[in-house]
Ligand binder design. Structure first.
Ligand code: ZN
Length: 298
């Protein structure tokens, strides 16, 4: 397959965390044992890197600070491969479970670790389990104050369509400290509700042909797709964790199909990193400002 002349149109992202760190299996006791579990994130992420290289695709990797500390070479490999490094916070605690002070400490620590490893500014943040909600928008203000330019933590899954934000685009949100871009994972309006179609458990739940038709419908509407996946989702051999029936179903469903599905996705759609897509939007904004200034005679 030739990749010459392919243009990046949509955003592809991965949340780089261990299989035992997901919110569905979270407990304070398990958190204390993280260092005792088998690490699988490096192998799984390296497999993703190979797959992306085969398709000439760049992506954004939201790396957990805890993981970056233990796998610095993995972060450096991602940079060498031309992928964007963004922040998934440090300790994978839900934003809604943190005080503003704890949240600031968490996102600052992760940014410091990642920037020290990459030598470049980290511009984007994604909260564990998309836990910035309308009730915790104070977090966006803190992100701006801490130097983040975009957030990808607000996910309007199953909201009524009329209250959904931006409907599959990149939107700017005014915070008390300045503006931040919000890059929400894609949802599709079905009978007045926003159905999540662009990642994680939902991408594993629907047959690929169904996901593809959902994504094509969004594409025809002119939406920017924002996809999210995790390295552990292509690892059917991972050790099973104790948890509720629903958590187990959600986490382990169709893991063995994911590598094939991801390869098909990379064939069928054109992706790039979030900063590549946002960069184009920033340039357009800048051009618009220059034109308006020229018309105004400034
Ligand atoms: Zn996560």
């Amino acid at each position: 397959m030739s990749v010459v002349g392919r243009k990046s149109k949509h955003c592809l992202s991965f949340d780089v965390e261990e299989h035992f760190q997901v919110s569905a299996f979270w407990s304070e006791a398990r958190r204390q044992q993280w260092d005792t579990y088998e690490s699988r994130v490096e192998n799984n992420t390296r497999k993703l890197v190979e797959l992306l290289a085969q398709h000439g695709t760049k992506a954004t990797f939201f790396v957990l600070g805890w993981v970056a500390e233990r796998h610095p070479d993995l972060v450096k490999l991602l940079v060498r491969q031309g992928h964007e490094i963004a922040s998934h916070g440090y300790g994978h605690e839900l934003v809604t479970a943190q005080s503003p002070e704890q949240f600031r400490h968490d996102v600052r620590k992760a940014k410091d670790i990642l920037e020290h490893l990459t030598g470049s500014p980290v511009l984007g943040y994604r909260a564990p389990s998309f836990s910035i909600t309308d009730q915790s928008q104070w977090a966006l203000t803190i992100l701006v104050e801490e130097g983040y330019l975009y957030d990808s933590s607000m996910y309007d899954r199953f909201q009524r369509s009329e209250t959904a934000r931006g409907n599959n685009g990149l939107v700017q949100i005014d915070t008390g400290a300045g503006r931040i871009w919000e890059v929400s994972p894609s949802t599709l309006n079905v009978c007045g509700f926003q159905v999540p179609v662009a990642g994680g458990g939902y991408f594993r739940l629907f047959p690929y042909a169904t996901s593809k038709s959902f994504l094509q419908r969004l594409e025809k509407q002119g939406a920017k797709l924002v996809m999210y996946l995790h390295p552990w989702e292509i690892d059917p051999e991972q050790p099973r964790m104790d948890g509720s029936w629903t958590s187990q179903f959600r986490h382990y469903l169709n893991l063995h199909k994911m590598e094939r599905r991801l390869a098909a996705l990379l064939e069928d759609f054109q992706f790039g990193s979030i900063v590549q897509i946002l960069g184009a939007a920033w340039c357009k904004e800048h051009e618009k400002r220059v034109m308006v200034d020229a018309i105004d005679g400034k």
